[in-house]
Design a binder for this molecule. Sequence first.
Ligand SMILES: O=C(CO)[C@@H](O)[C@H](O)COP(=O)(O)O
Length: 237
Amino acid sequence: MPADYTELKREACEANLALPRHGLINLTFGNASAIDRARGVFAIKPSGVDYAALKPADMVLIDLEGRPVEPANKLRPSSDTPTHRRLFLAFPEIGGVVHTHSSHATAFAQAGREIPIFGTTHADYFFGDIPVTRKLTDAEIGGGAYEWETGNVIVEHFGRRKKSPLDYPAILVNRHAPFTWGPTVAKAVEVAVAVECIARMALMSLQLDPSLAPIEPALLNKHFKRKHGPGAYYGQP
Ligand SMILES: O=C(CO)[C@@H](O)[C@H](O)COP(=O)(O)O
């Protein structure tokens, strides 16, 4: 009896449809995926397909070895599938990954800039700057495993600090755009919305005052602690 992935595909499709709904997507940029940890299979957006046309049955199933789970059909998995797979392998706590090219967060990523924490909107969600990875090297870009290497620089950023990725569910890939994750793909979408909202506010704050200092520690602690409690992780990845 073949496994039934109907619910996994529905969950992944709903997350992908939420991206343009939240204004995080232009054209076919971006992608979302959800994993069935018990079976080691994730469902991801098909490559290059108009979001408006997406249906659950279009989601492509890939196992954690990178193999298609269903007979190949006309729809190829997202070009970013190896990046999602790299994150699912490195972060066993996560249930979903989202990648967008949302404008303001992508502006910070292209500039290789972390998103500084200037106010309580940010402090309610993250205890520090939203980080940016190092640039990929020419060898990583041209070595034939670019998307996998993109996942590697994200994992490397967290690995050095040995913090749970759920404590810090977002990062900007240098010269590229944001990736977010969460215990579910729906939560990863929510984080992607928060990252874009925070990035837009940060960019406008810097336009008003290019030398704006980061938020005061007392205000950061008050807002983060009242939302996430004393047991939450306080610090950067
Ligand atoms: O990173 C990028 C573009 O730079 C991706 O967001 C692609 O634009 C999405 O491609 P598919 O998921 O449609 O293959």
